[in-house]
Design a protein around this ligand. Structure first.
Ligand code: FAD
Length: 368
């Protein structure tokens, strides 16, 4: 049963792993000409660590931890690129990756989906999964324009690497810049460091592929600021791994439409500031593939179960994202409280989804 995954980020590569594990045949199409194994530090928490354990990747990820006890007990903070590198390595032998292409159209019929591509020849798949991020093209094709689903939280963030800590403060948020913040995170004994620059702004119009324009926007926002900012801006213009995007959330009534399903940022982004995107991506991929396996590939039942399992968890993560934004506007560190009151007891906010054991039974039953 062929499944097309659009996007080779954390969600797309993890979904490819789990689909293959359950006997499906995933193909991943990635718009960039090579894997986008860059980005700053992303948090891994709660059940996401359990998912990595089930992939036999936990030990290796723990070795890549950039700082111990990142947010809470056992939580990890790793470089996005290193996480994607591991997920890719775990799937490369058995999964077809098509780089430098993008879905152009999807046409569903009772038996499958005919997909045309910007470059490649048209192909048929049983299902299409959109894991192509906050600005998901799959979502636009199957559900409608982004304006209907994407809610801007009023903050933009740029991340980039620094060649060492440059004598800058540790991981502290630099104070004294109303509506702006800078995080500098030294990793691996400060041999390397990452900077994150955040600024408050309503929605901005820009070309999402024009990195030089993004850097001009950030430089303009921080122009005239003192302290380490001029040095950071100089490093930003040299960085090869600069990433810039809005802090926004995706709110949808349904994450599937017929044979097309969305995951993580494409379908339920909690916003960068939540620090939960990578964890949510790993868990969403595990649950989606598992429910498809349990349902023997019957997508209506599987997609309904996927939503049932994930909805409450995602709602809580999105709440954490909104609280992170509020804290930014109040000039506080981004970290949100780790526990919530559920009924009579407090529950760790990251333990809101219970991972089922999905036996790899699908292959044995396919074709039905
Ligand atoms: C290069 C990069 C750097 C990042 N850096 C950080 C960071 O420093 N801190 C942080 O908190 N978050 C960062 N993020 C976002 C973070 O990775 C996600 O929020 C989170 O991991 C959820 O992952 P995702 O797989 O849903 O989306 P993403 O990680 O955004 O991955 C989506 C993938 O889909 C691909 N894609 C987009 N459009 C198409 C298309 N039309 N066809 C095919 N493929 C497409 C993208 O190139 C990308 O590889 C970054 C994302 C990217 C792409």
């Amino acid at each position: 049963m062929d499944v097309l995954i659009s996007g080779a980020g954390v969600a797309g590569t993890a979904l490819a792993y789990w689909l293959r594990h359950h006997g499906f045949t995933p193909t991943v199409v990635e718009r960039a000409p090579r894997m986008r194994a860059s980005g700053g530090v992303v948090g891994l928490r709660g059940e996401a660590l359990d998912v990595l354990d089930r992939m036999a990747l936990l030990e290796r990820i723990q070795q890549l931890n950039t700082r111990l006890g990142a947010c809470g007990d056992g939580d990890l903070a790793v470089l996005r690129g290193e996480l994607i590198g591991l997920l890719c390595e775990a799937t490369r032998q058995e999964v077809e990756y098509v780089l430098g292409d993008s879905i152009a159209s999807v046409e569903q019929d009772p038996a499958g989906v005919r997909v045309t591509f910007e470059r490649g020849r048209p192909r048929r798949f049983a299902l299409v999964a959109g894991a192509d991020g906050l600005h998901s093209h799959t979502r636009s094709l199957a559900f409608g324009p982004r304006e209907r689903f994407v809610r801007h939280l009023g903050i933009y963030t740029a991340t980039f690497s620094l060649p060492g800590h440059l004598g800058l403060p540790g991981s502290d948020r630099l104070p004294g810049m109303p509506g702006k913040a800078a995080d500098i995170l030294g990793i691996r004994d400060d041999a390397k460091a990452y900077a994150a620059l955040h600024f408050a702004s309503g929605p901005l119009a820009y070309d999402r592929d024009d990195v030089a324009q993004h850097q001009r926007i950030v430089a303009g926002q921080f122009a005239g600021e003192g302290g380490p900012i001029p040095l950071l801006l100089a490093e930003m213009s040299r960085a090869q791994d600069f990433f810039f995007d809005a802090n926004a959330q995706v709110e949808m009534c349904h994450w599937s439409s017929g044979r097309v399903v969305l995951l993580e940022d494409a379908g339920y982004c909690a916003a960068q500031i939540s620090g939960l995107g990578a964890s949510q991506a790993l868990i969403g991929a595990y649950v989606l593939a598992g429910e498809l396996a349990v349902a023997g590939g019957e997508h209506p039942a599987a997609f309904a179960a996927y939503e049932r399992e994930m909805r409450g968890f995602v709602a809580e993560h999105q709440q954490i994202g909104r609280e992170g934004a509020d804290r930014f506007f109040m000039g506080m560190p981004a970290q949100a409280p780790d526990v919530i009151a559920t009924g009579t007891r407090e529950t760790a906010r990251t333990h809101l989804v219970r991972l089922k054991d999905y036996a790899p039974s699908f292959a044995a039953r396919w074709p039905p």
